[in-house]
Design a protein around this ligand. Structure first.
Ligand SMILES: [Zn+2]
Length: 222
């Protein structure tokens, strides 16, 4: 089993994919999470985004993660996306968006860093996007093919969208004393291959109707 502390990927800017859409469902109370579990980015919200951090929830459901983030007894925490587990209705269909990309979600402590990740730059929440995959990290809880492929799609989406996006790592890589997620069960090599594959998006379901409709709609300031 690979040690998640070594899950670090540096992307080649020359190989950036074309911009694509996400199969995404926004949580009903997204305004609450953005008001209470996110911060204004200290770096530029487009040019300042340089990577993504991969997490596991350590719980069994997306709803459980969302309610834990709300729980005053827990650490105030959040991430931009949640990738649902097999037992959930969203599995195979959509990821859950809880925090606007323009804001810093709270998924890595501000003083944490790894010298091999973005030159050891701290304030990781402020230059990254956080992806939580629903997985208990207990023995026998494997990651589904869809979860791995969808997490790769999220990373390809970020890579395509943000011009300086280059770093992908586990939470364990930047906070090894406290965190081991996404755990030894996460198939890092398979995930990296999907991130780097030119054809990596072909097998993923993207809503063709929504994509077509988007082409005809002005996108404001983007
Ligand atoms: Zn984590």
């Amino acid at each position: 089993m690979a040690d998640p502390k070594g899950f670090i990927l540096e992307l080649d800017p020359v190989k950036r994919p074309k911009l694509q859409t996400l199969p995404e469902r926004v949580v009903a109370d997204i305004a609450w999470y953005n008001a209470n579990r996110a911060s204004t980015r200290r770096f530029h919200p487009v040019k300042g985004i340089e990577g993504a951090v991969i997490h596991a929830t350590a719980g069994g459901t997306s709803a459980g993660a969302l309610s834990w983030w709300k729980d005053p007894r827990g650490d105030p925490a959040s991430a931009h996306w949640i990738v649902p587990a097999e037992i959930e209705a969203e599995h195979g269909k959509s990821v859950i968006a809880a925090v606007y990309e323009a804001l810093a979600a709270w998924h890595v402590r501000n003083d944490k860093f790894n010298p091999k990740v973005n030159g050891g730059k701290k304030l990781i929440n402020h230059w990254s996007l956080g992806i939580e995959i629903v997985n208990t990290q207990k023995a026998g809880d494997t990651y589904s093919d869809w979860q791995v492929a969808t997490t790769a799609l999220l990373v390809r989406y970020c890579w395509a969208k943000y011009p300086n996006f280059k770093w992908v790592c586990s939470h364990a890589a930047v906070d090894p004393a406290r965190r081991s997620d996404p755990g030894t069960a996460f198939p890092w090599d398979k995930f990296v291959a999907l991130v780097l594959a030119d054809s990596g998006d072909a097998g993923l379901e993207i809503d063709a109707v929504a994509a077509g409709a988007r082409d005809g709609v002005p996108c404001g300031g983007c």
